[in-house]
Design a protein around this ligand. Structure first.
Ligand SMILES: [Mg+2]
Length: 271
């Protein structure tokens, strides 16, 4: 039985969820996640989670989901570190040395994929990769920029300039990418949303199609723009960052809008 959502012309067979502001806010789930995702399972809707946050390893995210009664194979949880590794694989399939400005989550994910971080880069450094790094300093920026000026390609995990915390907006990976771009004169190749690469990777793993996969997120400029860029129907939930007013201001249009993901449950009850 094809699953239809009012406002979306194609059948929905799978869903991709952003995490922060969608399924939880800080440490608090946005509702009964166990019931929600078991309803999707009962209706044969595949689901996966995609996040630009590359600071936490996937097994930690998987455990956190399970603590709320949501069970998901690691394969269907993709962060921008995994997307960066997949992007590097396309160009450097045999792995090698990198100069990474980033934290443990990014460094360990790239190491698992065969890419070693060098504190002191040598001649054989394949590329510079940068993401959020609370320990960023002048020396790191300088080393990264000098490698890029000598010809090393420059990759970024995600372009989010800030991210929300209980204390307000704080600098994100995009702020660090911007500093390296300013110092090197080169813009990064970005793996995370709103580039379609991360979404394409999830669709490939789910073995589904773009038009049948609903992208669900709370941020217009990453989740919704990313879904639109990838050619997926998009759902903006108002449980996180973006508001209805932002839609006009930014001119980024989701296919549909709901207060939160739990409003989708009424669509199942209508069948
Ligand atoms: Mg979010």
């Amino acid at each position: 039985m094809p699953f239809k959502i009012e406002g979306i012309s194609s059948d929905i067979k799978s869903m991709m969820f952003d995490m922060d502001g969608v399924i939880w806010k800080s440490n608090t789930p946005t509702g009964d996640l166990s019931y929600f995702f078991s309803t999707l399972q009962k209706n044969n809707i595949q689901y996966g989670f995609i996040t630009n946050n590359a600071t936490k390893p996937i097994d930690i995210v998987q455990k956190r989901l399970a603590s709320f009664g949501v069970y998901c194979e690691k394969e269907f949880i993709i962060n921008s570190a995994i997307a960066t590794a997949a992007l590097l694989k396309e160009r450097f399939p045999n792995g090698g040395n990198l100069y990474i400005v980033g934290e443990e989550g990014l460094i360990s994910t790239l190491a698992e994929a065969g890419y070693t971080h060098q504190n002191n880069p040598t001649e054989d450094t394949l590329a510079v990769v940068a993401g959020l790094d609370h320990g960023v300093n002048y020396q790191k920026l300088s080393t990264a920029a000098s490698l890029i000026r000598k010809g090393a390609p420059f990759y970024g995990s995600n372009g989010d300039k800030t991210f929300p915390t209980p204390l307000g907006e704080v600098p994100g990976a995009g702020t660090i990418l911007a500093a390296i771009a300013a110092a090197s004169g080169v813009d990064p190749i970005i793996a995370g949303k709103p580039q379609p690469f991360l979404l394409d990777l999830m669709i490939e793993r789910m073995q589904t199609n773009h038009e049948n996969t609903l992208m669900i997120g709370d941020r217009l400029e990453t989740d919704i723009l990313g879904g639109n860029n990838a050619g997926c129907p998009t759902l903006l939930v108002l449980s996180g960052v973006s508001t209805r007013k932002n839609i006009e201001e930014m001119n980024i249009l989701p296919s549909i809008i709901r207060e939160d993901i739990f409003e989708l449950l009424t669509e199942f009850n209508n069948e």
